[in-house]
Write a protein that binds this ligand. Structure first.
Ligand code: CMP
Length: 392
């Protein structure tokens, strides 16, 4: 086998039974999409080379969390120079922010981001306070448009996204197009600002303003490749200290809970599903990406334990990668949204209710695209579980 076929990473897994952080060398063979794991401390094979098609090459980069046979592994380093050079040298992360004028179009914007080969690794809908907006845009405080900008940026919710990809800082700015949406329409008609923006201030989305390529310092550290602005902007929304950052927008009344399941997120369906929900007339009043621990997934699905035969598989699916939690608001939210999701088995849904979400985006009873609250009395509790408990 040639050298190209093999990528090596150092991965950590928190073993809840032993309350220990375990460390592995993980080897991924592209040729047959197989993985092998070696226990670093105990010097032994942990997982013999096994085919695992669910793992995609795009998901393999330092900083990402991947699921390997129901273990959530954190890739903390490259395991050899070849992998660092091949995977790490071009990978960057940047902030993509959907502004108030384009939040209703977030489905299409996210679709466009994913279609362009980026991976979304964090997402949160927030409503900036005036102080937060002034802080975020402090470099513009002396500009003539500052007041208009702050007024606009606090006029409604925004969606902050962390996107990862090759040369992400520059690539995302290219996809965004020129700052002024009018100019974008003549110079770059396919760009996000041309398609979804209005003018120079209401320009649909934001990208960190930094030139990364000149600052590639360290093959192992994709986080060192971006400039200070980029890091500060991501930190503003997603503090690495675990601090709070801007608050989520959940209202926790007249709502129901929807979760775009990990399989649908990893298949790149997030944008399409959001688009569908919004165009059907539901309000998405909060949105956030979570990567659940198994214990949390078990707790969340507690009411199905002993009732639904697939409980264990449902838990495994919910914690096998990032999911996107939504607070859906509507006059008759739990009932109407549940009908719109359709029967929990997509096969049945395709026969009986072919226009429902699960009929169109689900694969089987476990990978059925979305979870929605079943009993109206649980809807607020489920929304609270994500936006009050897990978000804290
Ligand atoms: P953004 O990329 O978020 O960074 C700064 C923002 O200020 C910019 O998008 C616009 O929304 C706004 N902005 C920049 N230049 C002007 C301008 N000349 N007139 C009005 N608003 C502007």
């Amino acid at each position: 086998m040639s050298e190209e076929d093999r990528y090596v990473f150092i991965a950590e897994w928190y073993d809840p039974n032993a309350a220990l952080q375990r460390r592995y060398q993980l080897i991924y063979y592209t040729k047959d999409q197989s993985v092998e794991m070696y226990d670093v401390k105990n010097h032994r094979i942990f997982l013999r080379r096994t085919k695992y098609e669910e793992l995609r090459k795009e998901d393999l980069f330092v900083g990402n969390k991947i699921n390997v046979f129901s273990r959530l592994l954190h890739l903390i380093d490259y395991g050899d120079q070849y992998t660092a050079r091949k995977v790490g040298s071009k990978k960057e992360k940047t902030l993509a922010m959907i502004k108030p004028d384009a939040v209703m179009k977030m489905g299409s914007i996210i679709e466009s981001i994913l279609d362009s080969g980026f991976l979304i690794t964090k997402a949160k809908m927030v409503l900036l306070s005036r102080a937060e907006a002034m802080d975020f845009y402090r470099e513009h405080h002396s500009k003539s448009f500052f007041n208009d900008l702050i007024h606009f940026m606090t006029s409604g919710p925004i969606v902050a996204l962390e996107v990862v990809g090759d040369d992400a800082v520059a690539s995302w700015r290219k996809l965004l197009g020129p700052t002024n949406a009018g100019i974008a329409r003549s110079e770059s008609p396919e760009s996000i600002r041309a398609r979804f923006g209005t003018d120079g201030t209401k320009n649909a989305a934001h990208g960190s303003d930094s030139i990364a390529s000149a600052a590639r310092l360290d093959l192992n550290g994709m986080f060192d490749t971006s400039s200070r602005t980029n890091k500060l902007e991501l930190e503003f929304f997603f503090p690495s200290s675990g601090g709070p950052g801007p608050k989520n927008t959940a209202k926790l009344t007249d709502c129901t809970c929807c979760i775009i399941k990990p399989h649908a997120v990893s298949e790149g369906l997030t944008g399409k599903i959001l688009n569908d929900i919004l165009s059907t007339g539901f309000e998405i009043s909060a949105m956030q990406m979570f990567t659940m621990e198994k214990a949390n997934a078990e707790e969340f699905y507690e009411i199905y334990k002993g009732v639904v035969a697939e409980y264990n598989e449902m838990v495994a699916e919910l914690c096998c990668g990032p999911c996107v939690a939504l607070e859906i608001r509507d006059a008759d939210a739990p009932k109407r949204f549940r009908e719109y999701c359709g029967p929990s088995d997509p096969e049945i849904a395709r026969h009986l209710r072919p226009r429902t979400l699960r009929a169109r985006f689900g694969k089987n009873k476990i990978k059925n695209a979305v979870h929605c609250t079943d009993l109206p009395e649980d809807s607020v509790l489920e929304v609270q579980y994500f936006f009050k408990i897990l978000d804290s």
